[in-house]
Ligand binder design. Structure first.
Ligand code: FAS
Ligand code: PHB
Length: 390
């Protein structure tokens, strides 16, 4: 039997950032992660940080490597109709840059920081069960090395992602979810090649494409693909040819190709679970919501939840004030719905949908043309792309 203040389920970016911040405030916590550290760090996911996420990482002392290695961009490009282009100029309209810095690097930084401060991160903790979450004395049990363990705590943070156990520990009659699935996925490639100068979203009649990066020698590219796509049907040269066909000629000629070091297909989904709190259980990150990666929001939204939840727990333990905990779900969901709407809308604008009429593509191109011409419309997009202030 162990005791701690907060048990954090999930050792991904949400759980590890929450663990770091709570420890910085002297709040005891234990992280239970079902996989090994190496497995968690082997995942390739998000690549772009909002200024608010960069500030949060700087404020909690986690930006040494980020400030050395991240590539800061004053804007992100959108190209369409084979030759047109516009810039979501976040520097001009919000005075802040976006940062290209991979989720893998952030998670490595988090694991290193927790190891340095002797954080209690229990990996390969399986068959996790949450008990008495509606009481003031919840417990968490788990299997480790064949033994059943139990931890008594005061709060549980469900940071175990979309397929985790936390959300479903809330009685089904006490929660409601909202979901939208998209009739396509993203086929992703990582290659040790020089990336394009900018992050570029492409709307093309053959489908969406995205050019991104992890550093000066590591490129990340995506193309929209059918849901039943078999990755075996996509050798590297076929991927590069299709990717280039979706960018304006001059930009396509700048794309440096090379062997893939990773190739995967991710489905797109919008999902929101309400509420994000039940009793002493608080959900954060993908455990509570999923947004399509079109707006580079998933990881940033997870960090916003962690900011609100860590502040609420700090006020409870050090300010004897539970009002931030009581308001957590509403505060977090306000931002979640704003971000879910923005990500859905950008996905609608930039992708081709099966069953589209020519009219649909023409109206998308007209909307992009309007965006490129209207300072007011562009300011609105830039404000949403950088993320509203925390
Ligand atoms: P995570 O899913 O990252 O972490 C949850 C952790 O909990 C995992 O380590 C898991 O092993 C663990 N866990 C699960 N069940 C458990 C259990 N029962 N017990 C204990 N531990 C358990 N976002 C972007 O912004 N841009 C992108 O390009 C992008 N691409 C993505 C591609 C893919 C394939 C996926 C799945 C997501 C992508 N995302 C992207 C979103 C992603 O970055 C998430 O927003 C981010 O990982 C959220 O972090 P967490 O909330 O920590 O959830
Ligand atoms: C990435 O670099 O992986 C990335 C960038 C922007 C997005 C999604 C993913 O919108």
């Amino acid at each position: 039997m162990h005791k701690t203040s907060v048990v954090i389920i999930g050792g991904g970016p949400s759980g590890m950032l929450l663990s770091h911040i709570l420890s910085e405030h002297g709040i005891d916590n234990v992280v239970l992660e079902k996989h090994t550290r190496d497995h968690v760090l082997s995942r390739i996911r998000a690549g772009v940080l909002e200024p608010g996420s960069v500030k949060l990482l700087r404020d909690v002392g986690l930006s040494t490597r980020l400030d050395k290695e991240a590539k800061f961009h004053n804007g992100t490009l959108i190209v369409w109709a084979g030759s047109e282009r516009l810039e979501i100029d976040t520097m001009k309209y919000t005075g802040q840059p976006m940062a290209a810095y991979g989720q893998t690097a952030i998670t490595e930084d988090l694991y290193d920081a927790r190891a340095k401060s002797d954080g209690v991160i229990i990996t390969e903790a399986t068959d996790i069960m949450l008990q008495d979450i509606a009481t003031d004395e919840p417990t968490v049990t788990y299997q480790k090395n064949g033994n059943r363990q139990e931890i008594q705590c005061e709060f549980i943070a469900g940071c175990d992602g979309f397929h985790g156990v936390s959300r479903n520990s809330i009685p089904v009659e006490k929660r409601r979810s909202y979901e939208k699935t998209y009739p396509f996925g993203w086929l992703a490639i990582m290659s040790e090649t020089k990336p394009l100068e900018d992050i570029v979203y492409a709307n093309h009649k053959r489908g969406f494409a995205l050019a991104s990066q992890r550093n000066e020698k590591l490129s990340r590219y995506y193309i929209q693909c059918d849901l039943d796509t078999d990755i075996k049907d996509w050798p590297d040269d076929k991927f590069w040819e299709e990717l280039k066909s979706r960018f304006p000629r001059q930009m396509a000629d700048e794309i440096e190709t090379g062997p893939s070091i990773e190739k995967s297909i991710a489905p797109l989904r919008s999902f929101v679970n309400e509420p994000m709190r039940y009793g002493r259980l608080f959900l954060a990150g993908d455990a509570a919501h999923i947004v399509p990666p079109t707006g580079a929001k998933g990881l940033n939204l997870a960090f916003a939840d962690v900011f609100y939840l860590s502040r609420a727990l700090e006020r409870f333990y050090h300010g004897n004030d539970s009002s931030y905990l009581d308001n957590y779900s509403k505060t977090a969901l306000d931002r979640v719905w704003h971000t879910a709407r923005f990500s859905w809308n950008l996905t609608r604008l930039l992708h081709r949908f099966p069953g589209d009429e020519p009219f649909d593509q023409k109206t998308r191109e007209s909307e992009l043309e309007y965006l490129s011409r209207s300072e007011k419309a562009m300011a609105a997009i830039a404000e949403q792309y950088t993320g509203l202030p925390l």
